[in-house]
Design a protein around this ligand. Structure first.
Ligand code: SF4
Length: 243
């Protein structure tokens, strides 16, 4: 497949289909190695420090791939999430880049009113996650995410390779076929650090105001924007292809 820098890495629907056929059901390690050969350090890993992100950071380190890692620092993350970030940096001898929004919390409150997440969570996510991601990825060629198809309706249709139209980069989801049980099994097997809130009823953890505990048997992401008709922040919306 021709993915030379001159092509700007823009992938057509047909190219994506060929990649997805070629890599269907392939082990994530193989995909990460192949992607690093193609995209080098223009490819980055985005994580919210959930189990899948920890799993991917561990795999990249085990494979010896120096893929930069970043997270969207909304300034509304749990202390436990920041502690986990520090633990991962120390264990893997890496620096995880914080990507902040352009507005501090006070500035956002002054411009858009207090607690925007209660009144207009889509706008809040746009300002604190979607725009910063767009800005950060503007000089990148590809980004890796840890989304899995079993995480819910929107993610159920994710492909391994997608064209992220909004950000103008290739999006790679190497874990789409991996179950939560498999991720946790590796975390336990290798004694990887993880967010202790997972043991306290929070299977999915994001910003403090929009994260709740779930009841036994509820879906993995049921505690995100719990009382709202919202399941995603907008950075993992349905896939796009260029025709
Ligand atoms: S998850 Fe909640 S607090 Fe965080 S950016 Fe989105 S709406 Fe704002």
């Amino acid at each position: 497949m021709d993915l030379t820098p001159d092509s700007n890495y823009k992938l057509t629907t047909q190219q994506l289909q060929r990649l997805n056929d070629r890599f269907a059901l392939i082990h994530p390690d193989y995909i990460l190695r192949w992607a690093f050969r193609e995209f080098g350090t223009g490819m980055v890993l985005g994580t919210g420090f959930g189990p899948s992100g920890v799993f991917l950071i561990h795999r990249l380190s085990t494979l010896g791939l120096p893929t930069p890692v970043f997270f969207l620092d909304t300034h509304l993350l749990f202390d436990e999430t920041h502690v986990l970030k520090d633990e991962l940096e120390e264990r893997y001898d890496i620096q995880i880049e914080a990507v902040p929004p352009s507005l501090g919390l006070d500035e956002q409150a002054a411009e858009h009113g207090p607690e925007l997440w209660k009144r207009d969570p889509d706008k809040c996510c746009h300002l604190r996650k979607v725009l910063p991601l767009q800005n950060y990825l503007s000089d990148k060629t590809a980004w890796i995410s840890g989304i899995r198809r079993s995480q819910g309706d929107v993610r159920a249709s994710a492909d391994m390779f997608e064209w992220d139209e909004k950000n103008g980069v290739v999006k790679i989801n190497p874990l789409i076929h991996i179950s939560a049980e498999r991720v946790w099994s590796d975390i336990k097997k290798h004694n990887l650090p993880y967010n202790p809130l997972h043991d306290d009823g929070y299977p999915s953890i994001g910003c403090i105001p929009c994260t709740s505990k779930v009841k036994f048997g509820e879906p993995e992401r049921a505690g995100r924007w719990k009382e709202l008709d919202k399941t995603e922040c907008g950075i993992h919306l349905p896939k796009h292809g260029m025709s």
